[in-house]
Design a protein around this ligand. Structure first.
Ligand code: DON
Length: 573
């Protein structure tokens, strides 16, 4: 991709040109994206070339995987505004070479004033858009607390200013937007105007195009405050004041007490063996770790290779396994700090054996739909995932999101960032689907200070005590099945990492009761064979976009960004 140095000149005289958002100098960095990289030293795969470069620079300056991932995430908040964020939350897995493997939960929380029925009308029906747009949709942001907690505990450099410098420079000097970003900004232009009664750097009166440069002065100041004051630079003082002001102006319910109370949590990963591999996944409130464990353990006794890659038989098996695990997700999973989730049972071999026994190897079962409407399937949203392995062999897998593109579309004017719409990941009413068509139950009902259930699945797979694969993805409900399929492509079907990532994917999530198939994938013959088994098939433009690293037997690293996201970028040290 070539970025034209096209500097919204026409806008410089336009009344909608927002102060410093458009500029004439060419101080910003040009870039192109690279999908595959090789290195014997270190590797960064991220959702944007400029952010990946910031991570590689960090490694080159002696930083470890944590220094690099934190630098990448702050940079993504600048150059990847549709999902990179300060106003969202996420999950991280970190594996220290010869040390521990830990999980960090920096998922957003429901505000203290949140209530179970807050999105329902007087008749008990969900009010359209209330959990997805504007101030009420916003969960208490966790990203800044989480990134700083990771940096403090495991960063090698102990130099917050250096780690944030790359992001601050990009915000101050500006960056040229990619074609995909231009397309998204144009798509949501009306929503931005609808949700915000003021101009900000992502609003202008003509269409965005590739190469337009965006400078984010307010965001640079916010990042500087975080650099100078740490957590207090975001959750207190001017930035917090701007966020709370945005809340008040838009009838939101987040208060200073919510910001003070926010705390990310260190947790033990979901860890198990699959055919000689040690899989590390994210624990609740991400469903990713448990759902993938149940699916892989159900699959373990089968010889997938002999069933063939994406034959009607293997897709049937995969889909039925996925159906079972997503049913458990919908019925029983939620934030265990607020609901007695039967975690031990869900992880037990006895329970998973019973799930396997209930599979029908010949026919599609029917997802029971009592109290449940078949939901629409989602449009394509963005989340952002970063995978890194450093020179010492430490690896990190981190996924973060605003939920939908640009989250709630609400922008904190005084501090320069978008706020999430993560509250929609709660079950707003039993049986009512969220943006991803997922339904939930009491375990994922809204309660004050509770974290909403997630599908984000940062994953680290080890072999012989070393990271073998580091991967994760955006893609809502399709993340978990995509991560599993990419792992199976390598481990069962002997594909290269590049083939594994770029191969067609299928997905079943119990409800709606379809096999989702990426457009243009599967022959008519296979589609008909699946229909003959009782499956309904539904095409989807694309599923989760994986960012992965593989360590070969000789120790060399291959990084792969997904062809599904033009901005994905792999870069070696
Ligand atoms: O936590 C979740 O599962 C969702 N909020 C993730 C959103 C997402 O991946 C959007 N992107 N494609």
């Amino acid at each position: 991709m070539t970025i034209a140095k096209n500097i919204c000149l026409s806008l410089l005289i336009g009344s909608f040109c927002w102060m410093s958002a458009c500029r004439q100098t060419t101080e910003y960095q040009d870039y192109t994206s690279q999908k595959v990289a090789k290195s014997d030293e270190g590797m960064v795969v991220a959702a944007h070339p400029l952010a990946a470069k910031v991570g590689v620079d960090m490694l080159a300056q002696g930083g470890n995987a944590i220094d690099a991932v934190v630098a990448v995430q702050f940079a993504l908040a600048v150059v990847y505004p549709r999902a990179g964020n300060l106003g969202g939350g996420g999950f991280m897995l970190y594996d220290e070479q010869d040390g521990e493997t830990v999980a960090l939960d920096f998922r957003e929380k429901a505000p203290l004033a949140a209530t179970k029925d807050m999105y329902l009308d007087t008749e008990g029906n969900p009010v359209d858009g209330l959990s997805t747009r504007g101030a009420l949709a916003v969960g208490v942001p966790g990203s800044v607390d989480g990134l700083l907690a990771a940096l403090e505990k495991y960063g090698a450099l102990k130099d917050r200013a250096l780690v944030l410098k790359g992001a601050i420079d990009l915000a101050r000097k500006g960056f040229a937007i990619s074609a995909t970003e231009a397309e998204r900004l144009n798509k949501y232009a009306e929503d931005f105007k609808e949700q915000n009664a003021y101009l900000f750097p992502f609003v202008k009166n003509s269409a965005w195009k590739v190469g337009d440069v965006i400078v984010q002065k307010k965001l640079a100041q916010t990042l500087q405050a975080i650099s100078d004051k740490g957590r207090a630079g975001f959750y207190e003082g001017t930035v917090a004041g701007a966020l709370l002001n945005t809340m008040q102006m838009n009838s939101g319910i987040i208060t200073q007490a919510d910001l003070n109370n926010y705390e990310s949590k260190w947790k033990a990963p979901i860890q198990y063996k699959y055919k000689g591999y040690e899989v590390n996944g994210m624990p609740l409130p991400s469903s990713g770790g448990i759902v993938m464990m149940q699916m892989l353990k159900m699959l373990a006794p089968f010889n997938l290779d002999s069933l063939g890659f994406q034959t009607a038989e293997s897709i049937h098996l995969l889909s039925e396994v996925e159906r079972s695990a997503y049913e458990v997700r919908a019925k029983y999973m939620g934030d265990p700090d607020h609901y007695p989730v039967p975690i031990r049972e869900m992880l037990s071999d006895t329970f998973i054996d019973s799930m396997r026994q209930s599979l029908d190897l010949k026919r599609a079962r029917v997802s029971i739909t009592e109290n449940t409407k078949q939901a629409n399937t989602p449009e394509s949203f963005e989340t952002t995932h970063t995978s890194i392995i450093d020179q010492a062999g430490n690896s990190v897998s981190l996924t973060t999101t605003l939920n939908a593109n640009y989250g709630s579309k609400l922008y904190v004017k005084g501090a320069g960032f978008f706020l999430n719409n993560e509250m929609d990941d709660f079950s707003v009413k039993p049986g009512v689907a969220n943006l991803y068509g997922l339904v939930g139950a009491e375990a994922n009902a809204i309660a004050a200070e509770k974290r909403m259930l997630s599908s984000m699945s940062p994953t680290i797979i080890k072999k012989d005590d070393q990271a073998y694969m580091v991967l994760g993805a955006p893609g809502g409900s399709t993340i978990i099945t995509a991560v599993m399929q990419v792992f199976l492509n390598m481990s069962e079907y002997d594909m290269s990492l590049e083939e594994s990532v770029n191969s067609c994917r299928t997905h079943h999530q119990w409800l709606p009761d379809h096999i989702f198939v990426e457009k243009g994938c599967l022959s008519i013959g296979i589609r008909n064979a699946l229909k003959a088994k009782g499956h309904q098939l539904k095409d989807k433009n694309y599923m989760a976009k994986i960012k992965a690293i593989h360590r070969g037997k000789d120790g060399s690293l291959t990084g792969v960004g997904d062809k599904r996201n033009p901005d994905d970028h792999a870069q070696g040290l």
